[in-house]
Design a protein around this ligand. Structure first.
Ligand SMILES: Cc1cc2nc3c(=O)[nH]c(=O)nc-3n(C[C@H](O)[C@H](O)[C@H](O)COP(=O)(O)OP(=O)(O)OC[C@H]3O[C@@H](n4cnc5c(N)ncnc54)[C@H](O)[C@@H]3O)c2cc1C
Length: 506
């Protein structure tokens, strides 16, 4: 079967690019998704998100053991099914900082990625329900609202941060994305208690149009080429589908490089080792894997503390934004204990607790590689966390800052002492906790990075270097993780991809 454009992967970015192209052009679009439907209560009710973990609603990846960490494989899930990560995630809507986008524009050498351009992209995406602000869009397809913050505990968190010089900011996605630090109530893509995923926002409204076909249970094995031109895809069941104008890979930061490598696009030596015929030597494919490392810092609570219900984390804080590639932290405050499996196994986890979920951008990098050309064999994932020596001092600094806030008088009537890492832990014990007690914040990106030079995989218009007819449109193209979460940036990447394709194929 022939289409104009085949979009592989119906996640945050793939849904956006396919939905936009179907709505705005006459192009005949095929959207392929390995997983199944999003008509499930644990997708539509955003507060049920954890019940997707461990099911076939996610890719249940595990990482390679890392000697500098707990040396045990870590669970590394990613969304699977219509909507991808955008259907099973925590619904935090965080657009990325000015410094992030301006950095991407510099790396790509194209101002189409700078903050001013991206503000316009977000204005076209959002149906923002908050107070009027020139930065925000109000008539786009994605419903975005601020969560209610009517509990004195979260007020106290913000007061405590303010006492340490971190100001309260009205809008996480407004002024806070332009300044060095602040606390704010988080935005969510939730409407009347139901998840407004990128899939529901961009694809559902056009799903009955004749120019859009959506197939589930369609797992892409590899891209088909004629010379250097991508002409279609082969599914893992052997079915071949043809794209007369464009193939788009939006498979997420693990499966996009895996499918590229299986298609012969990757590091020459790696592909030779696996007997995969080389199409294009691009050694950056699968390199530069990173994420925010999630350092959960857990406090006990006072007996009479009245805490908001679990899963309603509302406060975000951002720090250290002067250098876009340097360590930075985003913190969400949860009213239940979160501890990594190796720590939980030791016991001592309190029933009631407050966790400062601290997501830190590291300098460390990992990679995605193949151990076999067979798509049934999962890729090898090395997180590389803490393999760059400068990350430990940065993490110690962030732990100290969070501790100063949590131990401040403003939170005194709510919190008792730090439980993980223990309040009396010396520096070595805290470092040990960082090595064993951290996990993914699920913001995988960077494995088909945009830019120039030997390790770049796509150019600024998301075309795979050295090929024609092939684009990558997902979080893989981010040269570095933004300061906060990655769904909103992935939707922005999807909008950009749709514009680039529409311009090229007009
Ligand atoms: C548990 C969890 C919680 C998260 N919480 C948040 C949050 O609150 N806020 C936030 O901003 N971000 C959050 N994220 C991250 C965010 O969801 C992702 O960064 C974002 O969805 C990435 O978009 P993407 O388009 O790059 O990839 P994805 O959304 O992962 O989409 C990739 C799609 O491709 C499909 N696919 C993969 N391989 C194949 C194949 N071979 N053939 C066909 N289809 C394939 C997948 O099934 C998936 O649907 C969370 C992620 C997880 C896992």
């Amino acid at each position: 079967m022939h289409f104009d454009v085949i979009v592989c992967g119906a996640g945050s970015a793939g849904s956006t690019v396919a939905g936009r192209l179907a709505a705005d052009t006459d192009l005949n679009i095929l959207l392929l998704e390995a997983g199944g439907t999003d008509e499930r209560e644990n997708v539509q009710d955003p507060w049920l998100w954890p019940t997707n973990l461990g099911t076939d609603g996610v890719w249940n990846f595990v990482t390679e053991p890392e000697p500098q960490l707990s040396a045990a494989p870590a669970y590394y899930p990613m969304g699977r099914g219509l909507g991808g990560g955008g259907s099973i995630n925590v619904s935090v809507w965080a657009r990325g900082h000015r410094a992030d986008w301006d950095s991407y524009a510099r790396i790509a050498d194209d101002d189409v990625w700078d903050y001013e351009h991206i503000l316009d992209v977000y204005r076209r995406i959002e149906a923002y329900q908050g107070p009027s602000d020139a930065r925000r869009g109000t008539s786009g397809p994605m419903w975005i609202e601020q969560l209610p913050n009517d509990n004195s505990f979260f007020e106290a968190v913000q007061d405590a941060a303010q006492s340490q010089g971190i100001p309260k900011v009205a809008d996480l996605n407004g002024a806070l994305m332009e300044q060095a630090a602040g606390t704010s109530v988080r935005d969510a893509n939730i409407h009347d208690g139901r998840r407004q995923s990128p899939y529901r926002s961009f694809v559902t409204p056009v799903q009955n149009q004749k120019n859009l076909t959506v197939l589930t249970a369609a797992e892409v094995g590899r891209v088909l080429f004629e010379g250097d031109r991508a002409v279609g895809v082969r599914l893992t069941d052997g079915v071949e589908l043809f794209a007369d104008r464009q193939v788009v890979l939006s498979l997420g930061a693990v499966n996009t490089p895996a499918v590229l490598m299986r298609s012969g696009v990757g590091d020459r030596e790696e592909l030779q080792r696996l007997d995969i015929p080389l199409r294009k030597h691009l050694p950056g494919v699968g390199r530069n894997l990173h994420d925010h490392i999630n350092v959960p810092l857990v406090w006990g609570v006072s007996d009479d503390a009245e805490l908001p219900a679990p899963m309603q984390a509302v406060t975000g804080m951002l720090w250290n934004l002067s250098e876009p590639q340097a360590p930075a932290a985003v913190v969400y405050v949860e009213t239940f204990p979160v501890v990594a499996p190796p720590i939980a196994a030791q016991g001592g986890v309190p029933e009631r607790a407050v966790t400062f979920l601290t997501g830190v951008r590291l300098r460390s990098r990992g990679d995605v590689r193949l151990s076999s050309a067979d798509p049934a064999t999962p890729p090898l994932i090395r997180t590389g966390w803490l393999n760059d020596g400068s990350d430990i001092p940065a993490l110690l600094d962030i732990v100290a800052r969070v501790t100063t806030i949590a131990d401040s008088p403003e939170l005194g009537k709510h919190l008792s002492e730090r439980v993980f890492p223990p309040a009396n832990a010396d520096q070595d014990a805290v470092i040990d906790y960082l090595r064993r007690g951290t996990q993914t914040f699920w913001h995988q990106c960077g494995t088909a990075a945009m830019g120039h030079g030997a390790l770049a995989v796509v150019d600024s218009r998301l075309r795979v270097w050295g090929t024609t007819g092939l684009r990558i449109v997902d979080a893989s193209i981010l040269p570095h993780v933004p300061v906060a979460n990655t769904m909103a940036p992935s939707v922005a990447i999807g909008m950009q991809g749709a514009d680039f394709i529409a311009d090229d194929l007009a």
